[in-house]
Design a protein around this ligand. Structure first.
Ligand code: NAD
Length: 361
């Protein structure tokens, strides 16, 4: 099958950091045999769409080293450090200058000179010119004002929105009202990883409940070495947003009386770990006869690829919803793909309700 036989899903990327690097490389990796995806671990078709159909058509950043560069090389500009998994030939997308409106997040060492002056109208022009259909927000956590500008442009241009970061978009009722009116689907907030600390922790806590174990306390300690982690730890964004988003997902999986027994925190930014993220978990409680049980373990993952494995699915469902003019929060998709939203349920129920949704017309 050639590329021209496949209808495209046209994606705008906001933030060309490690997650974008993993996504762009992953698309190339799985598109190498157009439609013949190599790994059974990746869902070949979701919402009737193959990964081979996803195409990045525009990208925004504010790093002087990335703006104006071809996307295929911009994804490797430091501080990006996601592993190279495939040779990349030019993607035919030049990174556009976005708008930087937030002061309390990690910004590039050298900001593109125009970054403070780009208007929503200019962002809209790029989105329109590229005929993008889905906007994926991958800005640093805490980018509240910049996110608002890109989201406004997306709604005006009727793009579906995937908000991968712990800043309120799906949790902002005024955004949702406008999205419903405009027929714009929203999937958010804060993307889950394919096999991440939150999914694992939440599922184990659900297991405690269904097996009748009582939970005394649980602890999650996270550490990592990339720019995202530096922003989370050194700019206080872990405490400001990430911890709340992760704790929110876990609280919904446990009875109210144990909520003050959940402790999630970031240990440190450890630069030499690069894109590797590690999480330590302890779940302590009792089984039959009030006997003590304790589970301790560590998860190690390449963080950016862990998010890209979910982004490819969220993008496809966003496109599915856009084609059906479903405006507002796509709750079944949020339940599967995101950490922070009002529709928390267990992973298996969430996946089943998404499958049911995708069978409707
Ligand atoms: N598993 C995961 O990696 C994971 C999971 C959930 C959520 N997230 C979230 O995804 C986001 C992206 O993660 P990352 O590892 O790619 O981060 P990153 O720091 O590597 O990339 C952020 C990029 O955004 C650019 N940028 C900063 N301000 C900008 C602006 N105003 N406009 C345009 N570009 C701007 C930066 O120059 C950088 O290239 C973070 O908020 C992170 O918390 C990641």
């Amino acid at each position: 099958m050639s590329r021209s036989d496949l209808a495209e899903v046209r994606v705008a990327l906001v933030g060309v950091g490690n997650c974008s690097s993993a996504l762009v490389q992953g698309l190339r990796y799985y598109q190498a045999d157009f439609g013949q995806e190599k790994s059974s671990a990746v869902k070949r078709t979701l919402a009737g769409i193959k990964i081979a159909q996803i195409r990045i058509v525009c990208a925004f950043d504010v790093d002087a080293g990335k703006v104006g560069r071809e996307l295929a090389s911009a994804i490797f500009v430091p501080p990006n450090c996601a592993t190279r998994i495939t040779p990349m030939d030019p993607y035919q997308v030049i990174v556009e200058c976005g708008v930087a409106l937030d002061a309390d997040v990690l910004l590039p060492k050298k900001l593109a000179s125009r970054a403070k002056h780009v208007s929503v109208r200019q962002i809209r022009e790029v989105l329109k010119g590229s005929r993008a259909e889905v906007l994926v927000n991958l800005l640093p956590s805490g980018s509240v004002r910049s996110t608002a500008a890109y989201v406004e442009a997306a709604i005006e241009e009727r793009l579906a929105i995937v908000n991968a970061i712990p800043v309120a978009v799906a949790n902002d009722t005024s955004v949702l009202r406008r999205a419903i009116k405009a027929g714009v689907p929203v999937i958010g907030d804060d993307i889950k990883s394919q096999f991440g600390a939150t999914v694992l922790h939440k599922t184990l806590m659900e297991l405690f409940q269904v097996r009748g174990c009582s939970l005394e306390h649980t602890i999650q300690l996270d550490w990592g070495g990339d720019a995202d982690f530096e922003n989370l730890v050194c700019f206080g964004q872990y405490k400001k947003g990430k911890a709340a988003s992760k704790t929110h997902a876990l609280r919904k999986a446990t009875p109210a009386h144990s909520h003050d027994r959940i402790h999630i925190t970031a240990v440190d930014h450890i630069a030499f770990l690069g894109n590797r993220k590690e999480a330590f978990f302890r779940l302590q409680g009792t089984i039959f006869g009030e006997q003590e049980m304790r589970l301790e373990m560590t998860l190690t993952v390449q963080d950016a690829f862990n998010s890209a494995g979910v982004l490819v699915d969220a993008i496809r469902v966003a496109k599915w919803a856009k084609d059906r003019r479903r405006g507002g929060l796509i709750r079944e998709a949020a339940a599967v793909f995101c950490k922070w939203h009002p529709y928390q349920c267990n992973e298996f129920q969430a996946f089943k309700s998404l499958q049911r949704l995708l069978k409707t017309r």
